[in-house]
Design a protein around this ligand. Sequence first.
Ligand SMILES: Nc1ccn([C@@H]2O[C@H](COP(=O)(O)OP(=O)(O)OP(=O)(O)O)[C@@H](O)[C@H]2O)c(=O)n1
Ligand SMILES: C[C@](O)(CO)[C@H](O)COP(=O)(O)O
Length: 235
Amino acid sequence: MSVPVKNYYAVVPAAGVGKRVGAAKPKQYIEINGQTVLEHTLNALLKAQLFSEIIVAVSAADSHWQQIALLQHPQIRVVEGGQERSDSVLAALTVLQAEPEDWVLVHDVARPCIAEKSIHKLIACLKNDEVGGILALPISDTVKQVGEAQAINSTLDRSQLWSAQTPQMFRYQLLQQGLQQGLAQGLVITDEASAIELLGFKPKVVEGLASNIKITRPEDLTLAAFYLSQITEED
Ligand SMILES: Nc1ccn([C@@H]2O[C@H](COP(=O)(O)OP(=O)(O)OP(=O)(O)O)[C@@H](O)[C@H]2O)c(=O)n1
Ligand SMILES: C[C@](O)(CO)[C@H](O)COP(=O)(O)O
């Protein structure tokens, strides 16, 4: 059964500190190829021309966001994020005046190389789904479970393992419910799909691109600069 859709919204958690990149400022405010990471990410979402509104969760602990003119864009609204990524996403959902079945696409600010065609692929694959799903990639490395003293305990069967990316696209009401439930149970929720799984659903995966990296460590900045330089109008 498919459920009618009225709107698509985007939520961009951008309230992290970027500890692992270790730069003087949070990674979303670092410039790559003439724009900040935040601007690259927002421009990619605006280019898709499908969101009624884009909610960006920023940290009140720093003022960098105040220098970003693009945040004044009429389609964009800024909210104060929270302690964890999931708190920031929840804060953004709280200000959204969406219908229960509307779609919300949550996209990390730290993934500026997202291709427009991947956003459209995710939507095309899932728009008739009742729950939603995520962009993801089948794991290509062999995965080890490591214990004390950095000793390998076991090698996992990677044939069923996928690496989760964003955007992650879910129905507004379910996503809010799942995140609230995770919070109430004191769980660490590192992506939206986990929140939906908590409710007993099985979100779908849609194969994304390896170029949709999450800037996590310093070397990812160089890689992101390369991928951003390769993106064309058709992407
Ligand atoms: N309290 C938080 C923590 C993270 N994020 C966002 O969640 C995304 C993924 O998090 P991550 O890559 O871990 O970013 P940071 O938390 O900034 O990085 P680190 O863990 O290295 O500090 C980023 O877009 C980040 O800005 C957020 O909105 N609110
Ligand atoms: C949402 C995510 O990007 C999916 O891979 C990831 O879980 C974010 O994790 P982080 O530790 O907040 O970077």
